[in-house]
Design a protein around this ligand. Structure first.
Ligand code: GUN
Length: 293
């Protein structure tokens, strides 16, 4: 069993992004600039956005954090997006999800300029991804692909089982693993809350991506020997032994599953770190495309 180490791979990606951004600047172009919008004060979202901003600094990017009150009307967020779209200095726009109930998430995502859609959630980005055209790939699936590539994991002809069909992870990773390129060429099964025989399907998997948000859901009896297991879960679970009062738990029962795997991602220290590295890569690419057009 080998650990797919998000710390190592994300650092390699960040080092590369940092170097490429420095070269872009040396050639007379601008510094990449990510604008993140956070609506409300959800604890987990605060942590993610703070980490995204901190990572921008680490690689020499400019970042702007826009905080909006949880009770704002949708029109306020729309105006914010329109301003960021028009701002020549902003290369990437990220609206942290989930948004409060009064705001229509799909409408907001649809208003982001696709050239600045570094989350890859805009229908134009998704459409291009489905067709295999160059575009921004959503950060978590993109991070998983970079991880598989870094460890040279064979994917061609493998059966990949995805648990979860969210727009952010499950659906896009199912499309990417099915594409006719590396990593890809998998036969993909997408499972969800209405899938019967989930255990039997998982037992047929060479690669499992657990992205359903239920701590410890995937147990050893659901995993075949030598499977590759990618754990996308990052749920906060109360833990009085921690200073923060919570521990971060993945969707995989790591202690039970890991001994059966050929490769497995830990939580924390796995996919979460890759998500941020992928976002930085998307932001760099947004700046590069702008600089060369
Ligand atoms: N919420 C959970 N994951 C993500 C992500 O990758 N991007 C954004 N914007 N919000 C999220």
């Amino acid at each position: 069993m080998e650990i797919l180490d998000g710390k190592v791979v994300s650092q390699a990606v960040k080092d590369s992004v940092k170097e490429k951004a420095a070269q872009l600047k040396e050639a007379g172009n601008k510094t990449p600039h990510l604008a993140a919008v956070l609506v409300g004060v959800d604890g987990a979202s605060e942590t993610y956005v703070a980490s995204k901003v901190k990572n921008c600094e680490e690689v020499g990017f400019k970042s702007t954090l826009i905080r909006l009150d949880a009770n704002i009307e949708e029109s306020v967020l729309i105006e914010t997006i329109e301003k960021l779209n028009a701002d020549e200095d902003v290369d990437g726009i990220l609206v942290q999800l989930p948004l409060p109930k009064q705001i229509n998430e799909a409408k907001i995502i649809g208003l982001i300029d696709p050239a600045k859609d570094v989350d890859g959630f805009h229908p134009v980005s998704i459409g291009k991804m489905v067709q295999g055209l160059p575009t921004f790939i959503p950060a978590t699936p993109y991070g998983i692909m970079m991880m598989l590539e870094h460890y040279n994991i064979e994917t061609k002809g493998k059966h990949a089982v995805i648990i979860g069909r969210s727009n952010i992870v499950g659906r896009p990773i199912s499309i990417l693993l099915n594409r006719n390129s590396y990593p890809g060429n998998c036969t993909v099964t997408v499972c969800h809350s209405h899938t019967p025989n989930l255990k039997e399907i998982c037992l047929q998997a060479d690669i499992i991506v657990a992205a359903l948000g239920k701590p410890g859901f995937l147990t050893a009896d659901m995993v075949k020997e030598n499977a590759v297991v990618v754990d996308v879960g990052i749920t906060r679970v109360a833990d009085s032994t921690k200073k923060s009062g919570f521990a971060i738990k993945g969707d995989v029962d790591f202690a039970g599953v890991a001994p059966k795997c050929s490769y497995i991602t830990p939580v924390p220290g796995g996919v979460g770190l890759m998500t941020i590295a992928a976002l930085l890569m998307n932001t760099y690419n947004a700046t590069l495309i702008k600089s060369t057009h």
